[in-house]
Design a protein around this ligand. Sequence first.
Ligand SMILES: Nc1ncnc2c1ncn2[C@@H]1O[C@H](COP(=O)(O)OP(=O)(O)OP(=O)(O)O)[C@@H](O)[C@H]1O
Length: 292
Amino acid sequence: MTANSGESETVGTPESEQTPAGIDSAAGDMPSSDRPLGTPRVDDAIIEARNLEVFYGDTQALHNIHMDIPEKQVTALIGPSGCGKSTFLRSINRMNDLIDVARVEGDLYFHGKNIYDEDVDPVALRRKIGMVFQKPNPFPKSIFDNVAYGLRVQGKDDNVEEQVYTALERAALLEEVEDQLDESGLDLSGGQQQRLCIARAIATDPEVILMDEPASALDPVATSKIEDLVEELAQEYTVAIVTHNMQQAARISDKTAVFLTGGHLVEFDDTNKIFENPQSDRVEDYITGKFG
Ligand SMILES: Nc1ncnc2c1ncn2[C@@H]1O[C@H](COP(=O)(O)OP(=O)(O)OP(=O)(O)O)[C@@H](O)[C@H]1O
């Protein structure tokens, strides 16, 4: 895969009103053999995957993925281990560029611009599409400096204090840490560290936040705080979240994409439809715990 960091500071001309090249607005543009069950097209898509395929060397991890991610909603990606959820998530902000053997084919549009076009700078893209990982990974710096880091790197630190406070507030952490902003982020509890990482991700004002099992290493109380926060964040940001926890997906997401073994997207729909009345028998078996 080609990573072309440094070529441009912009992710591409905002083209949100435009239909991506070659894409008809009707669902009929997806080859019927590839189209997942459900309603993989949405009216307010901010991200559109078309025939997206990802390979690691000779191994194909994702096959012909066609789906949209709606703006300012929570989209959950669920499925058994190894079905390609994280691979799909990473392809959205080109984190797969960092894996030598990874290769991406097909198209992935953000505001109508193909993020795999040569003129897209992955570093600029990742400012618009931030990521939070499974294991909280604060920097070995103070709480304040963790959140301020991205602002300083981007030279957006004119009113850094205000921005740090706002991000901590939005990440539902400010109240708990207001008196200890100079202390190390590593001294916080796991749940607080994860909310600090979310504050760090939102400080630079991305549009999309990708979350890869953000609560799987946390206890139930900390998990519940993260779940509340995810729902809250979707008022301002688009959230795509990988989770193994089906109850969590059902509780917090608006849309759910079900990937199954071999890297196929089998069904995509409103979350309540997926959990109450899925079209695919395999999806029903998966969500009722018959396998996976
Ligand atoms: N860096 C890599 N190099 C080679 N193969 C990889 C790499 N990352 C993932 N894979 C393979 O790609 C496939 C999809 O992996 P991925 O991590 O995306 O699945 P997942 O659904 O997120 O799994 P899990 O739920 O266990 O995290 C798997 O077969 C995995 O072994």
